[in-house]
Design a protein around this ligand. Structure first.
Ligand SMILES: NC(=O)c1ccc[n+]([C@@H]2O[C@H](COP(=O)([O-])OP(=O)(O)OC[C@H]3O[C@@H](n4cnc5c(N)ncnc54)[C@H](O)[C@@H]3O)[C@@H](O)[C@H]2O)c1
Ligand SMILES: [Zn+2]
Length: 382
């Protein structure tokens, strides 16, 4: 087992305001090693079940178990296989059975220790087991810390597509430990970074500017800057979720870059060849490019984002991931199947400027097709 360097810092907290479903997000270094302290006050019985995956267990299970034991909390553990394929009906059934084998009760709180896959699967198991039990998120990827662990969307993939079965089920607590990022592969860290940039793009130009200055240090493991970036992202997400918990309006802004991105993920088959965040980085540049071309946003904004991704060594070129046989019309078909389509109209998140995104369905498919075609041919600087 590898033991990462354990540092600790002042923990910062954010309140997610959702009436009786409100909860706290703690962000800082050392939270896993001290989890028993944060978790003990919200447990209804001194017993919990940890759900994690093999990769995460290798580094972070033992510090979590020890901290729980130090606070006289008894814990059982369920270790799942890592990877997106774990988010499926078969694994959900296995997980629910294991929870029931442990004689889980309505008052037992389960802990999701891992990335978005473990968080989404465990959250869904919590939503349906005994008609709903509480759960805690301990996100260990940057993507999970800034996005999936907050907001209560849980779910699994189906043969019809990604995340098509799920439930809204808010966690009782989120502990985002920046130490856990030390063991995360750089490729995963960069994929999460694209989601972090998204918060600057959709609603906070100052944060985007801060990332232009400090983004490289966030990726290089600067703990205080990681903490700041995660806090800003979680606060942005918490504000959006508090106003639109069930995605009837503004929560869709969080899908900036995602309609394009999902098309690339669908075409690659949702596999390791293209991580979600890698697709979002390319999709975000395309969303700004589309906004510029349609005269909705001043020129130069897409270039500014390209420059930032170049500075942080993040790919934004569709051409670099596309196969020779990719066709714009097929990508457009994937976009039509995206679940953000309502009344048969495609919904896009575009921007009036960096930090000023908006939701629209008033876009012609021919414009999107032209942008996809140009990107595949790498015309116009893509
Ligand atoms: N619920 C939501 O609102 C929401 C939002 C965005 C994404 N998601 C979902 O999140 C999932 C992607 O999450 P992800 O990017 O965290 O992927 P992931 O959970 O698959 O984790 C990525 C990889 O890193 C490993 N890992 C995780 N933490 C580690 C650590 N600290 N050290 C070493 N290895 C570690 C995992 O085992 C895995 O191999 C997708 O299924 C996506 O649909 C959900
Ligand atoms: Zn995303």
């Amino acid at each position: 087992m590898t033991t990462p360097e354990i540092s600790s810092s002042a923990i910062e907290k954010i309140h997610v305001n959702l009436a009786d479903r409100s909860y706290m997000i703690h962000v800082g270094a050392g939270l896993i090693g001290n989890a028993g302290h944060s978790i003990a006050p919200i447990l209804k019985q001194p017993k919990t079940i940890i759900v994690t995956d093999k990769n995460v267990a290798e580094h972070w299970l033992s510090p979590l178990q020890s901290s729980l034991a130090d606070h006289d909390i008894f814990s059982e553990t369920i270790i799942m296989e890592p990877g997106e394929q774990t988010k499926c009906f078969a694994q959900l059934e296995i997980l629910v059975s294991k929870l029931l084998n442990f004689k889980i009760e309505r008052d037992t709180i389960i802990i999701a220790l891992g990335g978005g896959v473990i968080g989404d699967l465990t959250g869904m198991a919590a939503a349906i087991t005994l008609r709903g039990i509480d759960f805690i998120q301990i996100p260990t990827t940057l993507l999970a810390q800034v996005d999936s662990s907050v907001g209560g969307k849980t779910g699994i993939n189906t043969s019809h597509g990604k995340n098509l079965a799920g439930a809204f089920h808010q966690p009782k607590l989120v502990l985002a430990d920046t130490n856990s990022l030390q063991t995360l592969p750089l490729r995963e860290l960069k994929a999460g970074y694209a989601e972090l940039v998204k918060y600057g793009l959709i609603g906070d130009a100052d944060f985007f500017e801060w990332l232009e200055e400090n983004g490289a240090s966030v990726l290089a493991g600067h703990a205080e800057n990681q903490q700041y970036a995660i806090l800003k992202s979680c606060q942005a997400k918490a504000d959006i979720v508090a106003n639109d918990e069930f995605e009837r309006g503004q929560r869709a802004l969080l899908n900036f870059g995602h309609t394009f991105g999902h098309a690339f993920e669908a075409e690659t088959g949702y596999c390791d060849k293209l991580l979600h965040g890698e697709a979002v980085a390319i999709g975000s540049v395309m969303a700004l490019e589309a906004s510029e071309r349609l005269g909705l946003c001043p020129k130069g904004r897409a270039d500014r984002l390209r420059d930032h991704f170049t500075a942080t060594d993040i790919n934004y070129k569709l051409k670099n991931i596309a196969q020779n046989d990719w066709k714009a019309s097929v990508l457009l078909d994937h976009m039509r199947l995206d679940k953000k389509v309502t009344n048969s109209t495609m919904v896009f998140i575009l921007a009036h400027d960096i930090g000023d995104a908006f939701v629209t369905s008033d876009i012609k498919e021919s414009d999107i097709l032209a942008i996809l075609n140009d990107s595949l041919e790498e015309i116009g600087g893509f």
